[in-house]
Ligand binder design. Structure first.
Ligand code: 0GY
Length: 298
């Protein structure tokens, strides 16, 4: 079949041949942040999207999961699919209970649609505030969506730039669900871990026990770059050691909108023992926490 969409001219496709990581994840490990893109001729990209990716389907995601030594995925609806969660649901249904999902919804969504998504494995919705990806809405928009999913016991995933935290503080600190922040709130890693920017983020977790963080995306945050991502490690390690029961890890495959380089997913896995230096921290990060939030909750 002919592809319906042309990827962006400067799009970097996911790594075709990642290395086998030296680090072996514990049994039951979950890649708790990844996406599926299309295929665009079956699951068309949204008209309002801000980028058009190279297709990255469920078969490739599941093959990567097995290759890297993981057992499960949490698949997060990407903005290029808007609020049409069909590709996500298709992947969840094909995963044999080894994947859960985080959807994007809009105010018109019906209860029946939410119930179908729940049956497929959706356990949360994502609010995206990153302006290059979406047009953010006023706080009440997000409060309304939160009310819609309350009866399903879903949680909220938030993706924002570091500067948005102060601006949206009231919204973020008043959400009644578990709140999972993507990519550590995107800190400026040229600043110290105990500098004012990241201090506000750690305060967010310290003062609000419902707030979790994904310690993901060194490739997106790093200035020093691959394969070590040395400048990101202290930020992630600080969160893992301070909030060991409220952190998640994910590959972010297929790494949308990377411009500097395309990471080797094996090298990303090898960062894990540097941010979670003990067996106990690794088990909580990769197994206990994601299972509790995505498999055991409902
Ligand atoms: C990520 C990050 C990005 C993209 C998306 O939904 C998305 O389009 O999340 C990004 O461009 O920073 O988490 O995949």
């Amino acid at each position: 079949m002919t592809a319906t969409f042309q990827p962006d001219a400067d799009w970097l496709a996911f790594h075709p041949d990642p290395s086998k990581p030296s680090y072996v994840p514990p049994p039951g490990a979950v890649d708790a942040h990844c996406h599926v893109f299309g295929p665009g001729d079956i699951f068309p990209y949204a008209p309002e999207r801000k980028y058009t990716p190279v297709d990255a389907g469920k078969e490739q995601l599941f093959a990567l999961r097995d290759f890297l030594g993981f057992e499960r995925n949490v698949i997060v609806q990407a903005t290029c699919h808007g609020a049409d969660n069909s590709a996500l649901v298709d992947a969840l249904l094909a995963a044999d209970d080894r994947a859960r999902g985080v959807a994007t919804i809009r105010p018109g969504v019906s209860r029946a649609e939410l119930a179908d998504m729940h049956a497929a494995g959706v356990r949360g919705i994502r609010f995206n505030f990153v302006k290059r990806l979406v047009d953010p809405k006023p706080d009440d928009y997000y409060r309304g969506l939160t009310d819609l999913v309350a009866e399903f016991g879903w949680h909220i995933v938030v993706y924002f730039e570091a500067a948005d935290l102060a601006e949206r503080w009231q919204l973020f600190t008043s959400l009644p669900t578990t709140v999972v922040v993507d990519h550590m709130g995107r800190p400026d890693v040229s600043q110290p871990v105990d500098g004012p920017g990241f201090a506000l983020f750690t305060r967010f977790l310290r003062e609000h026990e419902n707030v979790w963080s994904k310690v993901s995306c060194p490739e997106r945050l790093s200035i020093s770059g691959p394969p070590d991502y040395a400048d990101v490690v202290p930020f992630a390690r600080h969160l893992v050691e301070t909030f060991p029961g409220r952190v998640l890890w994910g590959t972010d495959w297929p790494h949308p909108n990377m411009k500097s380089h395309m990471p080797d997913d094996g090298a990303l896995v090898d960062v894990i023992p540097r941010i979670a230096p003990t067996d106990d921290l690794q088990r909580r990060l990769l197994v206990d926490n994601p299972l509790r939030l995505y498999w055991e909750a409902s």
